[in-house]
Design a protein around this ligand. Structure first.
Ligand SMILES: O=P(O)(O)OC[C@H]1O[C@@H](O)[C@H](O)[C@@H](O)[C@@H]1O
Length: 288
């Protein structure tokens, strides 16, 4: 199958890459190595992006797959630091790109050393993205400092649904979770999850494969993840969405965030010189 990679700059200061493999399409911003469109062959974008998203250097795009790194959520030591780390607002460099009949792939890199005012660690982040019959992506962190580092990660995918009120996530049944809407109270999920208002939960030890059942969507979303300890599920519900400013009114009905993560106190403790990877493969079966 023919494959290609093209660089564009539709928005000043925000260069992007377009990957194609056959009729599959992927668009990503070099800021944050942030994927904003993944359309499998013959299908629309599986990812939700807000109509009110802000496209400005230094601002995270609301939607797609922002990458949370080197911490997830609030910084555990200094809450004044930016939520979800700083990778999502930094320009990555293209380390390599490759096209062949099997896939189109890129490796993007970010050197995060002490010159980053937001933290005092030193690490290198590589993000590899491959487009073929599915989307494959992996974040690899290497501790380049001389001491242990604690690193959190989140693959913060916003997925498009026909109506979140009708969507069901069976895979979390039986899991323990921390409920961010109830001061992180620990609870057990006793039935398949339905999004019927604000949901902000960190599910602990999720299965590696999850599927989202969305009766109004023509295909079934499947996420196979590795290297994570948590699955975060987030939908702001109507009130928070309205307050957020970059969330179009009513947009919460058409999205749900499903985020393989190393969250809260499950940050990875990484010895000097050591590396680890967190990744996911996303696919959608038509007619499933
Ligand atoms: O507005 P942000 O920083 O992109 O975060 C969005 C949401 O991201 C989710 O991962 C968190 O669990 C939520 O608590 C948070 O509100």
């Amino acid at each position: 199958m023919p494959a290609s990679i093209t660089r564009i700059e539709d928005r000043p200061g925000l260069p992007e890459l377009i990957l194609r493999h056959g009729d599959a399409y992927l668009r990503l911003s070099l800021q944050g190595a942030h994927i904003t469109n993944y359309s499998p062959a013959g299908q629309d974008n599986l990812l939700w992006v807000s109509n009110s998203a802000r496209y400005q250097p230094g601002t995270a795009i609301r939607g797609g797959i922002p990458l949370c790194w080197p911490w997830f959520g609030a910084n555990p030591d200094l809450p004044v630091r930016p939520q979800h780390g700083f990778a999502r607002t930094r320009r990555f460099e293209v380390l390599s790109q490759q096209v062949d009949t099997q896939q189109a792939s890129v490796i993007l890199g970010l050197d995060a050393s002490s010159e980053f005012p937001e933290w005092d660690g030193a690490a290198r982040l590589e993000v590899e993205i491959r487009l073929s019959g599915h989307l494959w992506m992996e974040l690899r962190t290497t501790n380049v400092s001389d001491r242990e580092l604690a690193v959190g990660v989140g693959l913060h995918g916003y997925f498009r649904v026909a109506d979140c009120l009708a969507a069901v996530l069976p895979a979390v049944t039986g899991l323990d979770y921390q409920d961010k809407t109830a001061d992180f109270a620990r609870r057990t999920q006793t039935a398949p999850l339905r999004i019927d208002g604000e949901v902000d939960r960190v599910y602990i030890d999720p299965p590696s494969m999850i599927e989202l059942h969305d009766p109004g969507h023509p295909s079934r979303l499947r996420i196979q993840a590795w290297g994570h300890t948590d699955l975060v599920v987030w939908n702001p519900g109507p009130d928070i969405a309205r307050a957020l400013g970059d969330f179009d009114d009513g947009g919460y009905r058409n999205m749900v965030c499903l985020e393989p993560a190393l969250a809260l106190d499950r940050r990875r403790r990484l010895a000097a010189g050591a590396s680890f990877a967190v990744g996911q493969a996303i696919s959608a079966q038509k007619g499933a």
